[in-house]
Design a protein around this ligand. Structure first.
Ligand code: AMP
Ligand code: MG
Length: 355
């Protein structure tokens, strides 16, 4: 693939949006902020344009893309069936961090859905994402704008790290608000099923549509269960150093136990004594209790949204510091606990020490 001259524009620069619209209309690639993470967009209805996303990210071709829209009417263009659960969820959570899976119409190419007969659709709430979709007049396929396997980008500089020379435009909207990807709900079966946990939780969904299931492959570590969202089977978010989560299995409150803190201190001092560069991922409240040289503060453990907002930037920071071993507290309490731990466990390759 020949090197492109990637241009970066601030979100309030109107000429940037105009350039981005033009790039999308010519089947090019544009990275843009959404409220969850930065997306890497292309025309969703053109197979050749979508193919460029896979090439730029090094993404496996069976991992389908989410189609971003700016008007609920678009759902009826893209999906062959729209059940009542879909209209209820659209009404309740769009624009916002919820993706719905529906049977696809033929206009959506197999190249966008990884060969699946279903399509993933979301209406983002970020104003830059919405203007890009509206002004281009297109539906925009957009996975996260990172190299496949790396942490998703939550700032334009993260996108630039991975995508310079590979895409046409980066729109810089500063740090995103939520920081983890959208909740994905499959509406093609009898009961709505969560395929990827996110900011919209199971209980929020159940208030609108009644009982909701969780894809068993998300909770059961049995590798023979195949997740229904193909992307969930891949290693993800992994920093270059070896990440281990240290968890107190009897812990009930958000506050991390003394046992966890002392084990992390013991492990980091052993590794530092052996000459390794080591980091700890800690909640704000515990950070002063660690002795390690590099302490990365993830937010307030009792407020999951503060942890979600910082998690990917911290995993990238581990790489820029070139740390070789990383120990993290578990952030499994509260409404966002399962969404955060889903990402952290993947980043750790499921490596957990229980105390
Ligand atoms: P990303 O946008 O990088 O967060 O990745 C999109 C996620 O949506 C991946 O995990 C995909 O596997 C999932 N996805 C997209 N389309 C579908 C679909 N039709 N059925 C199930 N999962 C999907
Ligand atoms: Mg992704």
């Amino acid at each position: 693939m020949s090197e492109l001259n990637t241009k970066i524009y601030k979100q309030d620069d109107d000429s940037g949006i105009a350039k981005a619209v033009k790039a999308l209309q010519s089947d090019g690639l544009v990275a843009f902020p959404t409220e969850t993470v930065y997306g890497l967009g292309a025309n969703a209805l053109k197979e050749d344009a979508a193919a460029k996303i896979y090439a730029a990210k090094g993404r496996p071709s069976d991992n389908p893309l989410i189609v971003h829209i700016a008007d609920t009417k678009a759902v009826y263009d893209l999906a062959s069936e729209v059940p009542e659960t879909a209209t209820m969820l659209m009404e309740a959570f769009w624009p916002g961090p919820l993706t719905i899976i529906l049977p696809k119409k033929n206009i959506v190419p197999d190249g966008t859905t990884g060969g699946l007969k279903t399509v993933a659709i979301r209406m983002p709430s970020h104003p830059v994402a919405l203007s890009l979709i509206k002004e281009s007049g297109l539906y925009i396929a957009a996975p996260s704008a990172n190299t496949s396997g790396r942490p998703s980008p939550t700032e334009a500089s993260h996108v630039a790290e991975d995508m310079m020379g590979k895409i046409d435009v980066i729109l810089d909207g500063g740090a995103v608000g939520i920081g983890i990807e959208s909740t994905i709900v499959d509406l093609t079966g009898d009961i709505p099923t969560i395929l990827r946990p996110g900011f919209i939780t199971k209980s929020m969904l159940e208030k609108i549509v009644g009982p909701v299931k969780i894809d068993p492959a998300l909770i059961n570590p049995d590798p023979s269960l195949r997740p229904k969202a193909p992307g969930m089977k891949y290693t993800h978010y992994a920093p270059k150093g070896e990440l281990t989560i240290v968890e107190d299995k009897n812990q009930t409150k958000a506050t991390t136990s003394d046992k966890v803190i002392s084990l992390i201190n013991q492990l980091t001092s052993e590794k530092e004594a052996e000459g390794y560069k080591v980091a700890v991922i800690a909640s704000e409240d515990n950070a002063p209790l660690y002795t390690c040289n590099h302490i990365l503060i993830a937010g307030d453990s009792s407020k999951g949204e503060t942890v979600a907002a910082k998690l990917y930037a911290i995993l990238r920071k581990c790489d820029s510091l070139e740390v070789e071993y990383i120990y993290s507290e578990a952030f499994n309490k509260g409404e966002l606990g399962s969404a955060i731990m889903n990402r952290l466990l993947k980043a750790a390759g499921q490596r957990v020490i229980q105390v």
